[in-house]
Design a protein around this ligand. Structure first.
Ligand SMILES: [Zn+2]
Length: 425
């Protein structure tokens, strides 16, 4: 049987989704792209717009204790247990329109489709449009979901806003959130009542484009070890006068380290394990550096990510060993700043399997992939809620104005979730 017809694009849905995306984009313009700051009046305006849209479609709308918007079919408004579908509506400054918003609109469309077709969900469904997820505004990420699960720390609550310097806590209070339970670390939702958390998100890398696939199921969210500033200290000298044996060149030492890590990366991949590694910032001091001067110091960042905690642990040990080795060989000193560590979040194997089955029922080849970026889903997964994600193909990465998800692909991703919520496993 050809089951492809199940995700034939519905023109009315395509127009509706496009009108939502466009309306929210026009609401939050910037010099380039869109800007929807976390815990801002702009964010509230977007939530109010979505609430109006949902109400006029006959859906139930409430705002939870974190001032996130919650949508459901009217008959599911007061259910105890439910599957939660959603994402965030904030963006980075001058970001793209789809990161976050797509996951919220996918949930809304599932509700509207079920209502229009008079289809009952297998289990009640609630859709959440969350506030602040992006770390760009205060430093901490996944703020709204951390607050929901009672894991937003005191240090995070006092972190200052990048523009006005006021604390996260006071910005949250400004949008009407009662901060008492959050400060006390009390979860704002009963996590044992959340049967599953499902989040659709644009892919932030090029894998789906390479595979020519509109969407895939996410199997895990990579954890990371991040050193913002590693210093390698050597000794300055004249580039023409100091022979190799006498040099203490920190740039060559750093290059040596990165090369060694790169070789280990290849070995880890060949063993079938997951790893990505980046030094996004590399610099000698512009005040002191010159073409003809052996630099005395180089600073660089290290961002190491993997789905596997074992691989991250192994990389931590390897990094120290390679550093010791290179320090002896090249007479330099490495100075590692304290690592920022986020553990990997495994998606629930059962939910992943069921989403793969849903893919196959609507005529797609079941495909899974790892998520390189972090998402609210990681917070739900690490709180013990069975969690999975759908990635939708997207050109040009995310966190920039050039995000380019096709609405047709978005509807395919939405259909996978809809099929999972309504179809037989
Ligand atoms: Zn996002």
């Amino acid at each position: 049987m050809n089951v492809k017809h199940k995700f034939t694009i519905d023109t009315a849905e395509l127009l509706l989704a496009n009108s939502w995306f466009t309306a929210v984009e026009y609401m939050s313009p910037d010099e380039e792209g869109v800007t929807r700051p976390a815990f801002s009046a702009m964010e509230t305006q977007v939530l109010d717009y979505l609430a109006d849209q949902a109400r006029s479609a006959g859906l139930a709308v409430t705002f939870d204790a974190g001032q996130n918007a919650i949508f459901s079919l009217p008959e599911d408004a007061n259910v105890e247990e439910y599957v939660l579908v959603g994402s965030h509506v904030d963006t980075v400054p001058m970001g793209g329109n789809f990161d976050g918003l797509a996951g919220v609109l996918a949930g809304l469309l599932c509700l509207i489709r079920a209502q229009a077709n008079n289809i009952k969900f297998k289990r009640p469904v609630k859709v959440i449009a969350m506030r602040g997820e992006e770390s760009a505004w205060f430093g901490p990420c996944y703020i709204a979901s951390k607050a929901l699960l009672g894991v937003l720390s005191g240090a995070e609550l006092t972190s200052p806003h990048k523009n006005d310097g006021r604390t996260l806590s006071s910005h949250m209070s400004d949008v009407g959130i009662n901060m008492e339970p959050i400060i006390a670390g009390k979860p704002l939702l009963k996590k044992e009542k959340v049967l599953e958390y499902i989040e659709l998100h644009i892919e932030q890398g090029p894998l789906l484009i390479g595979k020519n696939m509109p969407a895939a199921v996410v199997s895990a969210i990579r954890g990371n070890i991040r050193h913002k500033k590693v210093r390698c200290i050597g000794e300055a000298g004249h580039s023409g006068a100091v022979p190799r044996a006498f040099r203490k060149d920190p740039v060559l030492a750093m290059a040596n380290l990165l090369n060694r890590l790169d070789e280990s990366w290849l070995t880890i991949l060949q063993k079938g394990d997951d790893l990505v590694l980046t030094s996004g910032i590399v610099s000698t001091d512009p005040k002191r550096h010159a073409m003809s001067r052996i630099p005395d110091e180089v600073g660089f960042s290290l961002d190491i990510r993997s789905q596997s905690q074992d691989v991250l642990d192994a990389m931590t040990i390897l990094l120290k060993e390679e550093i010791n080795d290179i320090e002896c060989e090249r007479h330099v000193k490495f100075d590692l700043d304290p690592a920022h560590i986020t553990p990997p979040a495994l998606m629930d194997t059962e939910v992943v399997k069921n989403l793969e089955k849903a893919m196959s029922r609507i005529g797609l080849k079941p495909t899974t992939m790892a998520s390189g970026g972090g998402h609210d889903a990681a917070i739900f997964a690490n709180a013990g809620i069975p969690t999975a994600m759908i990635f939708v193909r997207n050109q040009n990465g995310s966190h920039n104005p050039l995000e380019a998800m096709k609405t047709e692909d978005f509807l395919v991703g939405t259909s996978i979730i809809y099929e999972h919520l309504t179809g037989a496993n």
